[in-house]
Design a protein around this ligand. Structure first.
Ligand code: NDP
Length: 330
């Protein structure tokens, strides 16, 4: 069993030597346990939060522990009555090639048909369901309304854009390269895009959202949030999903400077964590799966080959080198 342990708390972007890779024999299974062989390890911006000793929604990973991460794997041996050899499972597996589990935080996946296993980390997994509940429950979209999505070409963003189109919204996506903007428009049917690294974001928002913004799906924070706030409509909504622009920050981050707009425009801003929707997962996965079968939701992914590449692959989320769901194939 190869694994990566957190060797020390990173400062800024995580570095290779913030982790220690080691190999150990797989322990003998006890009754009620099964052995998972990892197929894909999910890389998520929140992994960087888990490495930091800060107040957060889960306990941070401790120095010396195997790095926590979502993943998909196959059961190769079982002494657990609910899991048998050959079962596909998804859940918290960690940065390791094999994991012994008692079933906590791991679910058995029903037969997938034509859907690829990797989609269990994308549209049918944590990022897809985050898009689903964030947009539908908190964003409360209405046909004809305008939505702006930040980190639009990422795992959550691509699914938000596509669900918003299904709901008849006018969709404006913000992303960091022209290629990502083109993909959003040509492949996912997004109505307009902004390359925030090149364009004047405020000016482009005025041009692309002539009737203002009804929903802002927030993945990023910082300057983009400040450009969006003055353009929010009366009684508009902001599902606050993530603030990736600050996850590597070494000091508290100031702003948003246009915070008063939440009051002036009576905006509802609600933070949410997908863990809160555990009991409703089935409903989201069923509808997302149906949309995938109908071709209304396309699965975009970036797959990095090689377990050893985990630390460097994680940083692709912060440099913008991923399109759609980022994962490592073990
Ligand atoms: P993505 O696949 O979207 O990858 C992150 C993307 O963010 C990058 O590709 C990059 O794209 C963009 N980005 C990185 N740094 C910056 C920056 N400083 N300013 C603007 N954009 C930046 O990741 P996910 O889809 O997994 O996650 C997206 C967001 O959703 C994150 O904030 C994450 O924490 C949050 N999230 C929240 C969950 C919840 O339960 N609340 C669950 C899952 C995710 P670009 O080239 O466009 O810069």
């Amino acid at each position: 069993n190869k694994h990566f342990k957190l060797a020390r708390r990173p400062e800024g972007m995580a570095k290779q030597d913030d982790f220690e890779m080691a190999e150990a024999p797989v322990p003998e299974l006890k009754d009620g346990e099964f052995l998972i062989q990892t197929d894909y390890i999910s890389l998520d911006p929140t992994n960087r939060i888990w490495m930091a000793d800060i107040d957060q929604y889960m306990p941070p990973v401790q120095v010396g522990e195997v790095m926590r991460a979502g993943g998909v794997g196959t059961v190769i041996e079982s002494k657990h009555s609910g899991f048998e050899k050959g079962d596909i499972v998804s859940g918290i597996i960690g940065w390791q090639t094999h994991a012994v589990s008692n079933g906590d935080f791991v679910q058995k996946v029903p037969p997938l048909g034509n859907v690829p296993k990797s989609a269990l980390l994308g549209p049918l997994g944590m990022t897809g369901t985050t898009a689903y509940f964030g947009l539908l429950d908190i964003g409360k979209p209405k046909e004809g309304e305008t939505i702006v999505v930040s980190a639009a070409a990422g795992a959550v963003g691509t699914v938000v854009c596509q669900i918003a189109k299904i709901k008849g919204m006018r969709v404006v996506g913000i992303a960091g390269t022209d290629e990502k903007c083109k993909m959003l428009e040509d492949e996912l049917g997004v109505d307009g895009t902004i390359n925030y690294k090149k364009d004047d974001v405020a000016g482009k928002l005025d041009e692309l959202c002539p009737d203002g913004i009804d929903v802002y799906f927030e993945n990023v924070g910082g300057e983009i949030l400040d450009a969006v706030l003055p353009r929010m409509n009366l009684f508009s909504r902001i599902p606050l999903c993530g603030l990736i622009s600050s996850y590597n920050a070494e000091k508290p981050v100031p702003g948003p400077y246009n915070f008063s707009q939440l009051l002036m425009k009576r905006v509802t801003l609600q933070g949410f964590i997908i863990l809160d929707y555990q009991e409703r997962m089935g409903e989201a996965v069923k509808e997302l799966g149906q949309w995938m079968i109908e071709g209304k939701i396309k699965h975009k992914e970036t797959v990095v080959e090689g377990f050893e590449k985990l630390p460097e692959a994680l940083n692709m989320l912060f440099t913008g080198d991923n399109v759609g769901k980022l994962m490592v194939k073990v």
